[in-house]
Write a protein that binds this ligand. Structure first.
Ligand code: NAP
Length: 458
């Protein structure tokens, strides 16, 4: 895949970039190593000051950055600007809390281990390689970079090939904010060059957010090098609606939960599993509200849904829906590629989905929802868990006992009750099953790439 900005609204190439060659890759790994050596001996207070300055720069640059995100991957402009501000908030969160999250711990009774004192300290490990996706081109990267740099690690970013300008902005952000040169940098490389970088002995660990095949490939290389990985992969999150729920509200939130970011969020609700008693009401409201979405130019402030980010992504959706319809699914809304320029797919609601259809098991990465009818809560849970993914989930019920029952039963990294799954700096984020390993965000996120060192004194 060429490293290029191709505007999904027009399909036109805006700018193309030469990938870094061997010499430049070596120069950047060496710079990251020097950046790490400089950073590891700085204090939390110093890093926090630089991190707050990086947050301030993001806020200052938000109007241009929002526009850049929209042009590179088609995210509606209002949401693109919000992504920039959320990223700044995430950086400040780690500026404020890193020291507390990485504070040394002591055994209250060290005599148990024959010591005068014993406990743990968190130490940085070195360069962490971050392989990142295009769907939230700033937030995905910065939710890794904030904690990594606050812990004293260096970060090397290999961003998705279709967001090179976002990648180049991030290349200089932290140095502009005061961090040592090289502590965070971008490698403009295709996916095929990741292996060589990961096998470099100076690179100590890796994190990948993206598809399951990319995650499996990176993890197998990291495994052979005995390097730690965090994987944030795909999802096909269930959104369960039970009779005691506020059905009108559930239907409204369902529309956003499925169509935000043009349907391209890993934690988007993708499968709607509705109790038979409220199926007709929910499905009618959901279909009406999806049909009312404004599809159009993502730079227009009133647009709800813009184009899918890549032509291949749009073609994939078209194939998945065609397969479902050919096998008996009903498109209540949408189900087609609109007749216009750009990589649009019409927001779609499908019913009568069966296990024979690709969409039953595959992730739909675009504005396509499938709705299932469940006879009771046991069947709802069976359908919800009947996937190889396990990223997040949502359940709508006002019955407290039922809420607890679903929280216990759902095989997912998160359960949102009467709300839409979202990521927050304060809450751990990650999946189970094929959705990944490890966690980002909160205290657990910053500890992933630290050496938890046991210290025993006689
Ligand atoms: P992708 O094709 O896997 O790309 C993600 C990143 O991995 C890109 O930088 C890509 O580089 C790189 N890559 C691809 N194949 C690779 C390989 N074999 N070895 C090393 N690197 C490789 O995913 P995408 O289509 O951009 O993103 C959509 C997927 O990401 C969806 O499945 C979505 O659910 C998932 N996602 C998950 C999360 C989460 O937190 N769990 C968040 C966002 C997205 P190139 O661009 O150069 O190919």
């Amino acid at each position: 895949m060429a490293i290029a900005t191709i505007n999904p609204f027009t399909g036109l190439v805006e700018q193309e970039f030469e990938p870094h060659d061997d010499a430049e890759i070596e120069r950047r790994i060496a710079a990251a190593q020097s950046g790490f050596e400089a950073l590891r001996s700085t204090t939390f207070a110093q890093r926090a000051e630089w991190m707050r300055e990086a947050a301030r720069l993001l806020e200052e640059d938000a109007p241009q950055l929002g526009r850049l995100i929209t042009i590179e991957m088609g995210r509606p402009i209002k949401a693109a600007r919000a992504e920039v501000l959320k990223s700044a908030k995430g950086l400040r969160y780690y500026a404020d809390h890193a020291e507390e999250f990485l504070a040394p711990e002591q055994l209250t009774d060290p005599s148990l281990v024959g010591a005068s004192s014993a406990g743990t300290v968190y130490a940085p490990i070195g360069i962490v390689l971050a392989v990142m996706p295009w769907n939230y081109p700033l937030w995905q990267v910065l939710r890794f970079a904030g904690p990594a740099l606050m812990a004293g690690n260096a970060g090397l970013l290999k961003h998705a090939s279709n967001v090179p300008q976002a990648a180049l902005y991030l290349d200089t952000l932290f140095e502009r904010a005061g961090f040592p040169a090289g502590a965070f940098g971008t490698l403009l490389i295709p996916a095929s060059r990741v292996e060589g970088v990961l096998r470099d002995p100076r690179v100590k660990a890796a994190t990948l957010t993206g598809s399951e095949p990319a995650g499996r490939s990176l993890a197998s290389i990291a495994g052979s090098e005995v390097k730690h990985v965090v994987l944030e992969l795909g999802g096909s999150d269930p959104f369960v609606v039970m009779p005691s729920a506020d059905i009108e509200k559930a239907a409204s939130v369902a529309v956003t939960a499925r169509n935000q970011n043009n349907g391209q969020s890993c934690i988007a609700a993708k499968r709607f599993i509705v109790h038979a008693d409220v199926y007709d009401e929910f499905t009618r409201l959901f279909a009406e509200k999806v049909a009312a979405l404004t599809v159009g130019d993502p730079l227009d402030e009133t647009t709800d849904v813009g184009p899918v980010a890549t032509e291949s992504g749009r073609d994939e959706l078209e194939g998945q829906v065609a397969d479902a319809v050919a096998k008996g699914a009903t498109a209540l809304v949408g189900g087609f590629v609109p007749d216009r320029d750009g990589w649009f797919y019409q927001p779609t609601v499908l019913t009568d989905v069966t296990p024979a259809m690709r969409l039953h098991l595959e992730e739909a990465f675009g504005p396509v929802a499938t709705v299932y009818r469940a006879a009771d809560r046991e069947e709802a849970l069976r359908i919800a868990n009947g996937t190889t993914f396990g990223l997040s989930s949502a359940v709508w019920t006002n019955d407290a006992e039922e809420q607890d029952w679903f929280i216990r039963g759902l095989d997912a990294g998160a359960v949102f009750v009467n709300g839409m799954t979202a990521s927050y700096p304060e809450l751990p984020f990650g999946g189970v099953k094929d959705s990944g390993v490890g966690r980002e965000l909160a205290a657990v996120g910053i500890r992933e790439f630290c050496n938890l060192k046991t210290v025993w004194r006689g």
